[in-house]
Design a protein around this ligand. Structure first.
Ligand code: KPL
Length: 311
């Protein structure tokens, strides 16, 4: 069963993975509720493909304990990852390699610490969104980096990267996944809360009404990154390097509705805890300023409470 892939979390990335891996290897997509087995994917080139995916609910997977997974991908939102793993605890041997696809840096250290088997983390720029219970749009090709936080499972990361490449998803095994997760966290912290609170697309952050706020967030985030020893993905290492990186992503994703804005519009919990949480915790640990980050977190908490109540 080495090549069997289970994917828990049938969101956009989970479904894209299932569509990509299914023609190659035994793949099961697991969710809380039943979805149609006939699923469509629209490719970045605009072609629509129908595929019969193996889908299971959590209740259905329980009696099938004999079909053990070779890999378990967790593709839920950050705050649901631990619950998702716990829900499969009875049917997943603790030696099973996990692959965590979450944003932020909350689920990754916790699950790495708690799970006895190998835990890989993936960070991806694949663009995908759902258009219904039976359809996902693969909006743009991206790249996925895979590694583990303690650099103990390089061979496994390479084997998985190879499988993903064969499945048509560009992937590379890396030994600096921690830095890559923090770099993404920096970008997400600078963009997601502001667009979610203001109901704007990413590109609008360049407008005079918001650009000063972006600069203020990045100032705090850059100091935290420097204290954490996380390099920006360029030669320069100062605050400006982080700012240029954020403006570059804003430009590249100008037309995007960021994931946090989509969560707020759909009245779902946001990933603020996984994105702003680790930054605020780090700022406190290093004695750095985090006023702007705290204000964003509080404002988001208020917005969430307005539709979820005080959870
Ligand atoms: O990752 C993103 C997200 O929406 O969560 C960004 C980079 C902000 C692109 O929208």
């Amino acid at each position: 069963m080495k090549d069997t892939h289970w994917i828990i979390g049938p969101g956009a990335i989970g479904r894209l993975l299932a569509h990509s891996l299914s023609p190659l290897t035994a793949t099961t997509l697991i969710g809380r509720r039943a979805l149609p087995e006939q699923q469509a994917v629209t490719t970045p080139e605009g072609e629509q493909r129908l595929q019969h995916l193996k889908l299971c609910t959590l209740e259905q997977i329980a009696p099938k304990a004999h079909a053990l997974p070779g890999y378990l991908h967790i593709t839920t939102k950050a705050m649901a990852a631990e619950t998702a793993l716990a829900s499969l605890a009875d049917v997943t041997p603790t030696t099973t390699p996990l692959i965590l696809w979450q944003n932020g840096f909350l689920a990754q250290p916790r699950i790495t610490h708690a799970w006895p088997g190998p835990v890989l983390c993936a960070t991806t720029t694949e663009g995908a969104y759902l258009t219904g219970d039976d359809s996902v749009v693969h909006a743009g090709h991206g790249h996925t980096f895979i590694g583990d936080l303690n650099n103990q499972h390089g061979g496994l990361a390479q084997a998985l990267a190879q499988t993903l490449n064969q499945a048509g998803l560009g992937a590379t095994a890396v030994d600096d996944i921690r830095s890559r997760l923090w770099q993404k966290l920096a970008v997400n912290a600078a963009i997601n809360p502001l667009v979610a609170l203001n109901g704007v697309r990413n590109g609008e952050l360049r407008d005079a009404a918001y650009s000063g706020q972006v600069v203020a967030v990045v100032k705090e985030v850059a100091a935290i990154m420097i204290a954490e020893g996380t390099q920006p993905p360029s030669e320069a290492t100062d605050e400006n390097a982080w700012l240029s990186m954020v403006w570059q992503v804003v430009k590249n994703t100008a037309n995007n509705k960021a994931s946090m804005l989509q969560d707020v519009e759909a009245k779902r919990p946001t990933e603020r805890g996984a994105i702003l949480g680790p930054l605020i915790e780090s700022a406190q640990r290093h004695g750095l300023a985090y006023k702007v980050l705290r204000e964003l977190d509080e404002a988001l908490a208020e917005v969430e409470a307005s539709y979820l109540g005080n959870l």
